[in-house]
Design a protein around this ligand. Sequence first.
Ligand SMILES: [Zn+2]
Length: 360
Amino acid sequence: MDTVDAKMETVDTEIETFDMFRNDPAHFVKLKHLTPETRNLILELGPCQPLSSDLPGKSFPKDVTKENRSFKEIYYYRILPDKTKCLRDWLSYSPSTNKIYCMHCFLFGTNLHRNLEKSWTKNGFDSWKNLSSGIEYHELTNDHVNATLNLEYQRKIEIAMNRQVVNEIIDIVLYLARHNLAFRGHRDNWSDISAQIQQAVVQSNMFSISIDSTFDASRREQVSFVVRFVDDKFGLVHEKVIAIKESPVTTGKDLYSLFVAIMEKEKLNWKDCLIGQSYDGASNMRGNYKGLQAHIKRECPQALYVWCHAHRLALVVKQAVSCDSNSRYLFGNLESLYVLLWCSKKRAATFRETQKKTLT
Ligand SMILES: [Zn+2]
């Protein structure tokens, strides 16, 4: 009974030990089809090269039918003529079958129907008597050399692809940073963001609006619509862009029609909840009769109009600066230089090059 228990214990230990070797090649060679993902996983696990001390009997099993010979861990290395050791990363020992396999030929071999290759890729090699010559012969065969080259080629392709992906990501980050845009996932589409803003504005029960227009880089008039509201939980002030529309005509009436269309699209109850409006001091905005603020006030009298303080401050600074002749010349010269450089592609390119040289 003791013997049976002892045997069972040995079997249990062996099963546990074999489970430890996730990269045991005997698991992989049973696979009929290799997908690129499986191939990558096997490559990531690497060759199975346990030391004798890692094995259940603390040694590689001896084969009684083969003059008590066994595999030896020294074969994991190739000894070069100058006595340096070079790891055979293709050689994988299977603790479960006590055989060795070539992972390069298994993963990237192209001539696997030959009996010789089968012993390295399917059945396993265990001719321990001829081990040294068998290994040396195999690693010089055309099939093995081609499989190793294939593997190196795949690795290089992968590295090149990874580098390209990193470059693309850097370009995207630079683009977002230059345009002051947020990082968004593929699920952050505009309808989701718009719905979140709508909900927050509805909950706050009142909001104000800021509208401004400017030329973009392609010389088209763009009108931005920003809502400002206070959240009902923490009392924090939020400003959110709800739309940017192109509008070649920006009379008070045109802007009013655009405003109404956007409020309808965003489902914002402006007639009851709009309490403030803030624009620059141009007549199309602040005009008492035909300005945008007047059109809105007719429908929504509580929407107090405030001449945007940032615009007013800009006017004050401009006026203050223009009072001093030195600063007037400085900004005047800068403006002239800017026009001189950027109206010519050639001048702009020369300027960029010179800047790069100066900075480096
Ligand atoms: Zn091979």
